[in-house]
Every structure is written in structure tokens, then in C-alpha cells.
Design a protein around this ligand. Structure first.
Ligand code: SAM
Length: 332
């Protein structure tokens, strides 16, 4: 807890937290329990309508702990999984060995634990789902990853100090909240000046085929689930497929976003665009073996973005249509 404590703040009063036995206590006397090694720092979102959606989403992710953990039984398996997705590997290559990393909406913490295999990093995974966090914490404890920490918290009241982390990753999360841009602005505050933020969202174009399948599954009572390429995969076990299916087709709340929309968020919040995954314009000459996520790339034009995003229907669209935008926060 001593390594984590300097990064934590009371989500209600924003004061520092003191550690006493199984409790964290704020400067204003609010007490938060630490259960099974995880500080429980979840407080409600401010408006009742947003809180209603958050609670629905929490109930969903307490039941469907995403991503599935079933066959992840060693650090080697995590590394192989990251290599297969390429994105995980590129993130790992881009993040310096001594960085402080915060993954917001870490789910079962596979990426958090993977990034924490570099033991000189401090890696914090935050999520509201206690069941998901328990899986991440179990892996961390089994393999003695002392530099990895999990906390329960709400994106809209993150229990993390402002300007404290070098790299913030939030992928597959904001589109499940009622206010994705508001959530982005909240978590950006936690990043140090010149730090890096990676935001992964469902793409407005790439997700169209999946949206069509959502309608078909609704109409046919899921009879035609094999229409989804992921459900046909032979290398993924059944329980993970069920979690995937629920996450993609039964999710109570999701929204879709475009490259130019996120570029607008970046521009309005003093964040310089670095890269996109998939690439949103030309790649760099040295990127023959993978993208260098933290290098500055050409932004391209709005027309180029539309053409590329339409093409994504046939590439990333097969696996849910998630794209990632990387930016660096300007120093004030
Ligand atoms: C689809 S999962 C993504 C997990 C992980 N980032 C990944 O890419 O595999 C979405 C996660 O976001 C979390 N989440 C959604 N809204 C949240 C909120 N308001 N505060 C904290 N976590 C939230 C859910 O609990 C869930 O674990």
C-alpha cells in the first residue's frame, strides 16, 4: 500500500488518504475499506440519471467480468496474448520502463498486469466492477507483481491525484458511460503535463456491421450467433466467447465515436495528437515492424479519415470496431 498511497486521493473531498489497518481515511474523516487487498473508493456519479446508468453498467460487469480470464494462468500466456493483438505489444514498447501507468476501466486487469510485468513501472488498474478487479488482483498476487495495484473507483470521481501519472490508458470504457467526453476530461486531469493519454472507443463506421448483427440477433433470439467471426474462432474457449457475446451484443449502454470527434476532444483540451490505432493517416518510414504509438504522426484530412474508417468495417470491425487515439498533454 505504501507505493500506491501517494497516488490516491479521497474521491469525495480530494484530500490525501491515510492508511490504518484495513482502512483508508481521508483528511475529512471519510473511511474507505480495503477488502482483499483492494481499496474500495467507489462513490456515485453526481447526477441521478448518470448514476442510474452507472449502476446498470456495474451490475452488468459484476456478472460479465471482461475480458475473460479462464485460460490466462501465467505471465507467459499474457505476453502471448499481447503479441497476438499487436496493440498490447506496441503499448508496452512505447511506455518507458520507469513510468507510472493508470489503466482506467481495467476490467479484469489483463493489460494492467501485462504492463506490470516490467517491474520498474508502477501500474494501477481502476474499475468499478469488484468481481473483475478480484480476478486481476488474484493474478497479481499469484505471480508476485508488487508494482501492480488495483483500486475500485468511478471514472467520474477517480480516487487518483491530479497530474500524477505519466501514461493513462482507457480503452473500451468511455463509450459505456452516459458522458464519454466529460469522462475523458475528468481522467485527463490525472495525467502529468507532457504525459500521454490513450483512449479506445467503438468506431462509428467500423461498428456498423456489428450493429446490423445486433439487430439480427435481437430479432432471431441469438439463433444465428455464428454470424459473428469471434464466435466462430477455434482458439477461444466457450466461456470467454459467452463473455464477449454479452459485452458486444447485450450491453445495456454503448455509444459510437469517430476519429475527428476525438481529435476535437484533444484540440479542445490542450492535447496534441500523436497516433491512432489503426493508423488514421500515413505511418512513419521506420514503422515497418509496428506502430510507434508515442511518436507524432501526420493527422491527415477529414476526408482521409472517413475513407479509412469505412475500410475499418472489414478489418477491426470483425472484432468489435475499437480504435485507439493517443495524445500528449501540453504543459501549462
Ligand atoms: C468492456 S470492459 C473493458 C475492460 C478493459 N479496458 C479491456 O479493454 O479489456 C469496460 C469496463 O469499464 C468499466 N466501467 C464502465 N463504466 C465505468 C465507470 N463509470 N467507472 C469505472 N469503471 C467503469 C466496467 O466495469 C468494465 O470493466
Amino acid at each position: 500500500m505504501h507505493q500506491l498511497l501517494p497516488f490516491l486521493r479521497c474521491p469525495a473531498s480530494r484530500t490525501r488518504l491515510n492508511h490504518e489497518d484495513d482502512w483508508l481515511i481521508s483528511g475529512t474523516g471519510i473511511r474507505y475499506p480495503i477488502t482483499n487487498g483492494i481499496p474500495r473508493l467507489l462513490i456515485p456519479t453526481k447526477t441521478p440519471e448518470e448514476e442510474r446508468i452507472r449502476q446498470t453498467m456495474q451490475a452488468f460487469y459484476e456478472r460479465f467480468t471482461f475480458p475473460g480470464y479462464d485460460d490466462i494462468d501465467s505471465p507467459g500466456v499474457l505476453v502471448n496474448k499481447a503479441k497476438k493483438s499487436a496493440f498490447g505489444l506496441w503499448v508496452d514498447q512505447a511506455i518507458p520502463a520507469t513510468a507510472t501507468v493508470l489503466e482506467v476501466g481495467c476490467g479484469t486487469g489483463q493489460m494492467t498486469n501485462f504492463l506490470g510485468l516490467v517491474t520498474t513501472r508502477t501500474v494501477i488498474g481502476a474499475d468499478m466492477s469488484a468481481a473483475s478487479l478480484a480476478l486481476g488482483q488474484g493474478f497479481k498476487e499469484r505471480f508476485g507483481l508488487k508494482n501492480v495495484h488495483f483500486v475500485q473507483g468511478n471514472i467520474f470521481a477517480m480516487p487518483v491525484a491530479e497530474g500524477s501519472v505519466d501514461v493513462l490508458l482507457c480503452s473500451g470504457v468511455l463509450h459505456h458511460t452516459p458522458d464519454p467526453e466529460g469522462g475523458y476530461r475528468k481522467i485527463l486531469k490525472l495525467v502529468k503535463p507532457n504525459g500521454t493519454i490513450l483512449i479506445g472507443l467503438y468506431n462509428r463506421y467500423a461498428r456498423i456491421p456489428l450493429g446490423i448483427r445486433q439487430v439480427i440477433f435481437k430479432a432471431t433470439g441469438n439463433l444465428s450467433r455464428a454470424l459473428d467471426a469471434h464466435m466462430r474462432r477455434k482458439d477461444v474457449d466457450q466461456s470467454k466467447k459467452e463473455i464477449w457475446f454479452a459485452d458486444q451484443y447485450k450491453n445495456p449502454h454503448e455509444s459510437w465515436h469517430s476519429v475527428d470527434e476525438v481529435l476535437g476532444w484533444f484540440d479542445d483540451s490542450g492535447v496534441k495528437f500523436l497516433s491512432g490505432v489503426p493508423a488514421i493517416s500515413k505511418t512513419l518510414p521506420e514503422e515497418t515492424d509496428g506502430l510507434r504509438l508515442f511518436r507524432e504522426h501526420p493527422r491527415g484530412s477529414a476526408l482521409e479519415h472517413i475513407v479509412r474508417q469505412l475500410g475499418w468495417m472489414f478489418t477491426i470491425g470483425r472484432e468489435g470496431g475499437l480504435f485507439v487515439m493517443v495524445g500528449t498533454k501540453d504543459a501549462p
